[in-house]
Design a protein around this ligand. Structure first.
Ligand code: 13P
Length: 254
């Protein structure tokens, strides 16, 4: 963690929680943590709970985010939700290019790029997910894959448009497996992403962009991960679903 960048602890609930469960969670977590001034907490529920959470999110430091969107503002796209609609609902962030969407729903670097640009245009911050699969890591291709995904999503944006953009490094082999990247493994890729951002944009963007780590983050490993200089937060799946474990993550110590 670098004190210049406010740490972001983000919950990606994926396809979990009914309305009642979502409301109960946000009421409890806000009560348990109190205001957060030196860190930011992002709640990313399914679309169905966005409005209810917006209405119940009152604590300082808490923000609302969606897990996906379409890239068009409106049109004949049955079943899709536009960035404009998410902005209208009070979202500050939208997760784009999560590996589950790339692997299970056919997302490509090109659709991730379109979504990233659309989220920025609508006045929100994208959380752009990148990460290699196990075979790519074992084949020594991690930097190549992550570099291609970063450039694929962000290439073509201006330095001004990068203001607020968040990148999440989520090695696919660490998601939901209990097998976390070691702090050293994560730091190495985060430093690589930051250097890549510098060559795509400039030093100011490199210094300001927040890069989250995701993949089996839990209370027992958050402190060591957050102690790394280029890890600015966490994107959390499983451990964000229970108030007790998510509270410990929000209250990480360095
Ligand atoms: P887990 O924390 O369950 O490994 O999920 C990580 C993730 O995919 C967050 O987007």
């Amino acid at each position: 963690m670098n004190p210049d960048r406010r740490p972001l602890i983000a919950a990606n609930w994926k396809m979990h929680k009914t309305l009642a469960e979502a409301i109960s969670f946000v009421e409890s977590i806000q009560r348990e943590t109190g205001p957060c001034s030196d860190r930011e907490v992002l709640i990313g529920p399914p679309f169905t709970a966005l409005k209810a959470i917006r209405d119940n999110l009152k604590q300082q430091g808490y923000s609302l985010g969606a897990q996906n969107c379409h890239w068009e503002e409106k049109g004949a796209y049955t079943g899709e939700i536009s960035p404009l609609m998410l902005k209208d609902l009070g979202c500050a962030y939208v997760i784009v290019g999560h590996s589950e969407r790339r692997q299970l729903f056919g997302e490509t670097d090109e659709t991730v790029r379109l979504k990233t640009a659309a989220v920025i245009k609508a006045g929100m911050a994208p959380v752009v997910c990148v990460g290699e699969v196990l075979g790519e890591r074992e084949g020594g291709k991690t930097f190549e894959v992550v570099g291609r995904q970063v450039e694929g999503a962000l290439g073509g944006l201006s330095a001004e448009q990068m203001d607020g953009v968040v990148i999440a490094y989520e090695p696919v082999w660490a998601i939901g497996t209990g097998r976390t990247a070691t702090p050293g493994q994560a730091q190495e890729v985060h430093a690589y992403i930051r250097a890549r951002i510098s060559s795509l944009f400039n030093k100011a963007v490199e210094k300001n962009v927040r890069i989250l780590y995701g993949g089996s983050v839990k209370p027992s490993n958050i402190d060591a991960l957050m102690a790394e200089p280029d890890i600015d937060g966490a994107l959390v799946g499983g451990a964000s679903l229970e108030v007790g474990s998510f509270k410990s993550l929000v209250q990480f110590n360095v």
